[in-house]
Write a new protein. Structure first.
Length: 220
């Protein structure tokens, strides 16, 4: 709900904050369209009607955008469980308030068994303290004290991951991923790219400077 941004998000959800008269989510969608996905599913709750009005059933370069309204406010885990019928091999899961300046086309050759996690440098914002100290060992994600790498909030999941999405689960990070890391069942890759979560005013201002270098394809 973006409470840390105060009055900014009372009428506007974080992903729809405008930069140069363009919604933040448009920057992310523009980047995802490079993958040429069949669908982009937006899992919506807070002020869902604003997303539905702008995006629902919109076709962009042969990609259909679909908005799914949650019956109640859910975490990432609860959202995925609610919409798991849309999970295909392989589905890229993203946070709608985070821009990741990375070309995901580089990952087409990755074989994901259950879940693949992107690690980034822990410098702008600790999105989840319990997943803020991570590293890799033999391509598996591990916990490591005082590590400079953290969970990016971007994942690739396979159909096999559906078995972990049980009713009643809410937090993907706390209730599922932590346990899978301990069991050495999470694969990963360290990515050196700009990763900006606009959940704080500091990062919001950082993106205001960063977006000026982004080139967006125009859609009607």
């Amino acid at each position: 709900m973006g409470t840390r941004l105060g009055n900014i998000t009372k009428k506007t959800p974080k992903p729809l904050i405008k930069f140069n008269n363009i919604e933040f989510l448009d920057y992310q969608i523009n980047n995802l369209l490079k993958l040429k996905p069949k669908k982009i599913i937006l899992l919506c709750s807070y002020k869902h009607k604003l997303f539905e009005k702008k995006y629902n059933n919109k076709d962009l370069d042969n990609t259909r955008i679909i908005c799914i309204k949650e019956k109640k406010l859910l975490g990432t885990g609860g959202s995925l469980e609610y919409s798991k019928k849309y999970i295909e091999n392989y589905s890229l899961v993203c946070n709608g308030d985070t821009f990741f300046d990375y070309d995901f086309n580089k990952l087409h050759k990755i074989n994901v068994k259950e879940i693949f996690l992107f690690l980034v440098k822990n410098k702008n914002y600790k999105s989840n303290n319990k997943l803020a100290n991570l590293n890799l060992k033999e391509k598996k994600v591990i916990f490591k004290n005082k590590s400079k790498y953290m969970n990016s909030g971007f994942y690739i999941i396979s159909k096999k991951f559906k078995k972990f999405l049980k009713k009643g689960f809410n937090s993907l990070e706390n209730e599922i991923i932590q346990s899978l890391i301990q069991k050495k069942r999470v694969e990963g890759k360290i990515i050196n790219a700009n990763h900006i979560d606009i959940g704080t005013k500091k990062n919001l201002n950082y993106f205001k400077k960063f977006y000026k270098n982004l080139v967006l394809k125009k859609y009607s």
